[in-house]
Design a protein around this ligand. Structure first.
Ligand SMILES: NC(=O)c1ccc[n+]([C@@H]2O[C@H](COP(=O)([O-])OP(=O)(O)OC[C@H]3O[C@@H](n4cnc5c(N)ncnc54)[C@H](OP(=O)(O)O)[C@@H]3O)[C@@H](O)[C@H]2O)c1
Ligand SMILES: *[C@@H]1O[C@H](CO)[C@@H](O)[C@H](O)[C@H]1NC(C)=O
Ligand SMILES: *[C@@H]1O[C@H](CO)[C@@H](O)[C@H](O)[C@H]1NC(C)=O
Ligand SMILES: *[C@@H]1O[C@H](CO)[C@@H](O)[C@H](O)[C@H]1NC(C)=O
Length: 289
């Protein structure tokens, strides 16, 4: 017991020292004038990211399917931009539908792009597998193939500008969870593709950073609606999640975990393979009929 106490004490001191000397590498001013293409920006985390980027003075192109809702976000973020006295961009937020199937593959900003932030997802059911193979195929298109296509289109300009790719994923893309068969598969696919691409870019000395963002349950309308009464997990705030993603992209880290302790969850998951499934399922409310 004494030994454990000493170890804990030492860990505490080390952690305290690190916290004290830690310099935050995130410089928000550096986002001023950065050219950002952000998908799924009409609601949820994407909408919050639009407001943050606007506040930091970035030039953003927002995409989503619903014109009217997107217009509202655009208006709000343009206001923010003006109030921070950065260059006004009356035409900087164009809308183009990203549907997965009928995607406009041309990347706006002929002049260049610094951040490609891929965030959109297709409609997700939080339920047991029903056998709908067509739905899985469709979700793969929207959540995965469109990410690959947009990335491929944007890579040359990102490379020229030493830019960043930011991929929004989920804990379900690291640890499989119930009620998310297809969704989980699309997020695992993102990890496979983009973590492999990151190796290749480094090997080829092409300076484009790849940031994969692992998020837990976030309090967006869709997520709360989907999970209500089904999980014993509390949701974290979307504006904070959005900021964590932006910070991770700007500081070019490989992976962002939000909330931060999800990284520990992933470690524990690997370290304790025996009982982990049972523990995980205890967070889900399901009584078999
Ligand atoms: N919320 C969470 O608990 C949570 C947890 C882990 C990870 N994440 C990840 O965070 C990201 C954002 O999630 P969110 O909760 O903010 O989602 P959300 O609130 O449902 O917003 C989804 C966005 O995607 C767009 N969209 C919907 N269907 C689309 C389609 N078929 N094609 C193109 N765009 C489409 C929506 O706009 P339109 O309908 O106007 O197109 C909307 O802007 C996702 O990558 C998600 O996997 C979320
Ligand atoms: C970030 O901004 C600071 C000044 O605010 C500047 O000194 C630094 O060079 C910038 N870094 C990059 C990578 O642009
Ligand atoms: C890659 O680009 C970033 C951003 O411009 C820069 O800070 C970094 O030093 C570059 N890395 C290499 C290896 O050139
Ligand atoms: C668990 O689910 C049942 C119905 O499936 C519901 O009546 C109950 O309120 C849920 N429990 C919690 C704690 O959400």
């Amino acid at each position: 017991m004494k030994a454990i106490g000493r170890v804990l004490c030492a860990t505490g001191i080390v952690a305290g020292l690190i916290a004290f000397f830690w310099k935050d590498p995130f410089i928000p001013e550096n986002l001023s004038g950065a050219r950002v293409l952000l998908t799924g920006a009409s609601a949820g985390i994407g909408e919050q990211m639009a407001y943050h980027y606007a506040r930091f003075g970035a030039e953003i192109v927002l995409t989503a399917r619903r014109e009217a809702v997107l217009q509202k976000v655009r208006t709000l973020s343009t206001c923010l931009q003006c109030s921070t006295k950065t260059t006004p961009h009356s035409n900087s937020c164009s809308t183009s539908p990203v549907t997965g199937y009928h995607m406009d593959m041309s990347v706006p900003y002929v002049g260049g792009l610094d951040y490609l932030v891929l965030n959109h997802i297709g409609m997700t059911h939080f339920q047991m597998w029903t056998g709908d193979v067509e739905y899985t195929r469709w979700l793969m298109q929207v959540n995965f193939f469109s990410y690959v296509a947009l990335t491929t289109a944007a890579l040359p300009t990102l490379e020229k500008n030493r830019g960043s790719l930011v991929i929004v994923s989920s804990l379900t893309g690291k640890i499989p969870t119930p009620f998310t068969t297809s969704y989980s598969a699309t997020k695992f696919a993102l990890d496979g593709f983009f973590s492999s691409l990151r190796h290749e870019l480094i090997m080829q000395k092409r300076n484009v950073s790849v940031t994969l963002c692992i998020l837990g349950l976030i309090d967006t309308d869709t997520a709360l609606q989907n999970t209500r009464g089904k999980v014993h997990i509390s949701a974290s705030p979307a504006p904070e999640a959005a900021l964590a993603i932006i910070r991770g992209g700007a500081t070019r880290v490989q992976e962002v975990f939000y909330p931060w302790w999800l990284q520990q969850v992933c470690c524990l998951w690997v370290l304790f393979p025996t009982n982990r499934g049972q523990v995980l399922r205890s967070y889900y409310n399901y009584s078999s009929p």
